[in-house]
Each structure stands twice: as structure tokens, then as C-alpha cells.
Design a protein around this ligand. Sequence first.
Ligand code: GLN
Length: 201
Amino acid sequence: MNAQTTIGVLALQGAFDAHVQHLNALGVDVRLVKTDADLDEIDGLIIPGGESTTMSNLLVASGLGKTLSKKIDDGFPVFGTCAGMIMMANSIIDGRPDQIVLNAMDIQVRRNGYGRQNDSFEQDINIESFDVPFHALFIRAPIIEKMANDVEVLSTVNGHPVLVRQGKALASSFHPELVSDLRVHEIFLSMIHDSLTTSKR
Ligand code: GLN
């Protein structure tokens, strides 16, 4: 990845530091995103896992939510993991009524979709284009209930999509930042790289 590419990691709440470590390991510049000004300095944004209702509160309180929504509407590359996937959806089942949706992807998600019994589990999953399975951690993960036809499914678990892509948006219901494998982050970096080369044409 070229040295000028800077990836932002939304750093209001949740497991943002683990994403920073992965991006550092991949040799890209990283900027923690806490204000509108940070958004101007990045080529793509990661929304981490954590608690989507708390993240929503903080996005509203800081005013960052509005600016971010606008940027996403304009096609900004974004990658959400777990709570981040929930934030990216266009509709949330079992969310809090005032929880914001960023509408970054045409998916409807059910928060805590695996229920209490299976609150957390780990599983080796097959991901499109990977030769070797990826060890995925699911922590109070959302389930995608519905999605538009042009949402590409890159991996499923028990028939549920767990890694999806639409345009410049990527979302996983698991936590690729919590294992040492960098391959899911590499998918996002190659999407950004493609979008930068396309916009320069
Ligand atoms: N269930 C959490 C939420 O609603 C997400 C859990 C996670 O990110 N590990 O935001």
C-alpha cells in the first residue's frame, strides 16, 4: 500500500486500538478519528466493535455523526466490525429506538442476533479468495437479516452472511482485529487502493 494512504479508525469507544495495531502491521498511516477535522485527513474509515448504542450517543453528542453520514452518502470507503457493522446498516432490529444508522450499506441487521446462549463463539470460516480459513471471533455479534441484491457475500456461517461488501463498504459481524491474521484488513486496503486509483483516472 502506498505510504500516503491514511486510514482513520473511529476512536470514540470500543476496540479501536486493535485495528490501529493491524494497520500499523500493514504499514499504512493511521489517524484516530474523534472530530470532523480528522475525517478530512483520511482515505477510508474503520468503525470498530464495541457497543453500538454508546457509539451512537457519542457520534450525536460530538456532532461527528452528521459529518460522517454526509461523507458516507458521498461514497467514502468504510469498514465496520461487529458494532461497526450495526452502525453501517440501513436498519437495525433490536436496536435502541434513538440509535443512529449511518446507512453505509443496504443491510438490515439484528443486534445481538445470536442471543445469549451463543453470545460469543469462535469458528474457522471460509472467505472468498482465501486459500486457508480465517479464525473468526464472534462477540455478541449481529445477524444480517436482509440485504440488497448488490451486496456481495464473502463468507457465511450457518447460512448467515458474516462478511459482506457493497461498493466501497465492507462489514464483518466478527472481529478480525482481535486475531493476528491481517487478511480481512487487506481486503479493505485493496478496496481503498482501487477507489484511489479509480478517482485519479
Ligand atoms: N452487541 C454489540 C452492539 O450492539 C456489538 C458487540 C461487539 O461489537 N462485539 O453494539
